[in-house]
Design a protein around this ligand. Structure first.
Ligand code: TPP
Ligand code: MG
Length: 327
């Protein structure tokens, strides 16, 4: 596929913005300014960029607690995401959700889910609604390798395949769950792709550190979904640069393995590719400088934002205290 240069630059821009945003989030966490926890997707940016750029505005995406990249690249405002991580009133959920619950419905970023596997049936349900309404929307669900051992994964992929739902399941195989290698707890080599046949689906594996490869797989899966040909299950091979969460040093991973993957940094790979395609150093430098300035501005805005008013605790909450929902 010949990917147009504006699409390529959009992907580079997205990856760089995500990288700087998360590096700053890590620094702010270490300073005690990010409350709760964080699960960084540093090193996994190409998966988010490839899919987000190929998506249409009405499409819906569902991600996990490792969801900063996906939410940002769907177009959620960076200052509101930073504010949310810091528990401030300018946060996208008014500071009530924090890092693990980033959501921007207006952009189709339908939530970050902290319960492993919980969002796969939700994403399938959204796809079912789109199918029934004939809206042409596609639902995309990102999850990790460990999630493929959860029952909800199998239930959701099965029903999606049976009903030809317009949903794309994207397994970001970063080789680890929290602190355990996925290879220790599965009987196959590829946690998602090797299980696809059980649901009559093709086992698709892509290099998740190559934005172009991800983009091409994404375009094909969107086309399939919009044509009414049903779901896709894609396994993107990637690696997280940091530990699982918070300040986890990730020492359970062999040094050589970490080194190998750091050499395959998706942003370095893509920068080289763009240069080889004739994009100038100046253009790339400008993208990087703009992204850093955006992160600086988001940080300042969030540091200066007051904490949420306590009245916020009682707004936008679902329960009304009664039991009418039982009917
Ligand atoms: C149902 C459930 N079980 C356990 C946990 C604790 N937990 C949080 S993240 C995680 C590992 C998930 O690994 P993977 O699916 O590979 O995603 P990754 O963190 O690598 O992106 C676990 C076990 C949880 N949040 N939910
Ligand atoms: Mg994992």
């Amino acid at each position: 596929m010949d990917i147009p240069v504006d699409i390529r630059l959009e992907m580079y821009d997205g990856m760089v913005r995500a990288r700087y945003f998360e590096q700053r989030a890590h620094d702010l966490f270490m300073q005690g300014l990010v409350k709760g926890t964080t699960h960084l997707g540093l090193g996994q940016e190409a998966v988010a960029a490839g899919f987000a750029v190929a998506m249409r505005p009405g499409d819906m995406s569902y991600c996990t607690y490792r969801g900063h990249n996906h939410t940002l690249l769907r177009g959620a405002p960076m200052d509101a995401l930073m504010g949310e991580l810091m528990g401030r009133s300018n946060g996208i959920c008014e500071g009530k959700g924090g890092s693990m619950h980033l959501t921007d419905i207006s952009k189709g970023a339908m939530g970050s889910y902290a319960i492993v596997g919980a969002h796969l049936p939700v994403a399938a349900g959204a796809a079912w609604a789109a199918q029934l309404r004939g809206t042409d929307q596609v639902s995309v669900c990102f999850f990790g390798d460990g999630t493929t051992n959860i029952g909800a994964f199998h239930e959701a992929v099965n029903i999606a395949a049976v009903w030809d739902l317009p949903v794309i399941f994207v397994c970001e195989n970063n080789l680890y769950m929290e602190y355990t290698a996925i290879s220790e707890v599965i009987a196959v080599d590829h946690p998602a792709a090797d299980r696809a046949a059980a649901y009559g689906l093709e086992g698709i594996i892509v290099d998740g550190n190559d934005a172009d490869a991800v983009y091409e797989a994404a375009v094909a899966a969107y086309e399939r979904a919009r044509a009414g040909d049903g779901p896709s299950l894609i396994e993107a091979l990637t690696y997280r640069h940091k530990g699982h969460s918070r300040a986890d040093p990730g020492k359970y991973r062999p040094d050589e393995e970490v080194e190998e993957w750091l050499k395959r940094d998706p942003i370095d790979i893509y920068r080289e590719r763009l240069l080889s395609l004739g994009v100038t150093e100046e253009i790339l430098n400008e993208i990087e400088a703009k992204a850093l300035a955006e992160v600086d501005a988001a940080t300042e805005a969030s540091k200066n934002a007051p904490p949420p008013d306590t009245a916020v605790l009682l707004t936008d909450v679902w329960a009304d205290g009664g039991s009418s929902w039982r009917n």
